[in-house]
Design a protein around this ligand. Sequence first.
Ligand code: F6R
Length: 613
Amino acid sequence: MCGIVAKVSSENVLPFLIEGLKRLEYRGYDSAGVAVLQNGKIVVTKQKGKVNELEKLLDENPIGGNVGIGHTRWATHGKPDNINAHPHMCNDQSLALVHNGIIENYQALKDILIEKGYTFLGQTDTEVLVNFIDFIKKSEKLNTLEAVKLALKEAVGAYAIVLFDKDIPDSLIAARKSSPMVLGIGIDALYIASDVTPIVKYTNKIIYLNDEEVVVANKNAEYSISNLKNQAITPIIQEIEVKIEALEKGGYDHFMLKEIFQQPSTITDSMRGRINTDENWVHLNGVEDNLSRFLKAKRIIIVGCGTSWHSGLIGEYMIEDLARIPVEVEYASEFRYRNPIISEKDIVIAISQSGETADTVAALELAKEKGAFLYGVVNVVGSSIARLVHSGSYIHAGPEIGVASTKAFTSQIVILLLIALRLGKAKGTIDERKYIELISALESVPSKVQTILENIDQIKYIASEIKDHNNAIYLGRGISFPVALEGALKLKEISYIHAEGYPAAEMKHGPIALIDEDMPVFVIATNERAYEKIISNVQEVKARKGKVIAIVPFGEKIISKIADHCIFIPEIEDEISPLLSVIPLQLLSYYVSVMRGCDVDQPRNLAKSVTVE
Ligand code: F6R
């Protein structure tokens, strides 16, 4: 949430700031702003709305300088408007600061500052923080770096901040705690950002800052890192590889569409080198290195949020079914606050695309404290969760920029299935024939996804039929139930149509009351184990005049006669069916959103990376 970007060099940094903010816009897009040091004075330009709006304003009133900071906001404290937009300056305009995170004790700090005569223009915790640093600097007669450190020791909460001081012309100060921040080392410039996406075009040398570390960077590309205790830190410089094309739309109208269409290759990437159909093996380094721990585990707890929680539910079916290890799936946000029972014999698997979700990080920290073994299923390399866990598997889906998660979901499922297969094989809970069948079925998934992606016309037609409805229900049974939840989430988050996912049999315990001719009901009927039962559920919906859109395997003969629309997808083993059945649901949501004129990649009120609680 919120994107931060900064640069110091001997040239004008503004073009980098704007380009960087556009790359980070998926993190928040309520308002955007920049500050540069121009002729010894801090100049701030900020604006409600997206980075494009800010860019227009800057075209009309150009600014420039060789040190600068930028911010794209997802509002926490204070409404999204021009005043609350970052950067913020202190009262005497000597410091400018951008911030991602929440300063929880900001009100107490604000009260102290008001008493000392400070005034505030808006409602943000960030404006409090920059003034608090200024207050400490002046009252304790400290230099800016010392004041930043002392102020951050008093601040409770999460922060990634970058600031500069008009009296220290060629340098930036940045710090983080519980919010991500990276430093990019160029030949003649230093870059700071919330993640690597704004930086990779200029350098592949990256330092991931750790909690309570503070960096001072200057225009000669010199930097030093120390922590709040004033200990010098020797950083690890990592060479990262992200191709710039991976961050572009590549000819698609939206990132979401590109990411849906990438799935044949992202699914292949997530299993590359991890399965072999000639020799019938499954190999995940993280599981292999910790196999005895997995085999001795009394229980696996999966934590995640949103779409990642849905893939966790699918993982539960797979691991319990194939490896016979009890699995619990928890919303990370609930888990951390309910005093859960966790022991050293538990394995906690965290699922997260961004690797930065605050609730998931906090759930892991709690589980680590209680001695559990932590395993990450993460997309973003070097992210906070990737660094916090004891071991894990990257999903290798590549940058996911559309706010609605698509390709990360399918790649997460691949990893969970590989875990289930490997553990099932090691425990002897899966018979050899089934094991071989599933490995070869998994290998067939990318081409089957491709087949579904070729059926766009029918999906567009169905989208046009449902686009004017205000509600929708998604039904599934067994392993298709989480797919129903995911289908409903995709529809609501990008088209703002109210949608609910239900286990199909549960419908008669309440939601059936909602069904009439105005209610589209999506039925995921691709898993054979639940097939007979779901036929009855479809009959129940039709008897109440609901409009049924069913997803069924090619050749299906019963539901396809009753349903209003049927989307046929290739046949596949039940355990793998979510990898196929979710694709038409992603596409449907995408086209409904486009037809309703919604902002597909940046839906209202959302942000890609939820780094606040
Ligand atoms: C939905 C979506 C969100 C995320 C959730 C967790 O399309 O993107 O529900 O799945 O915020 O994010 P990660 O996976 O980054 O932890």
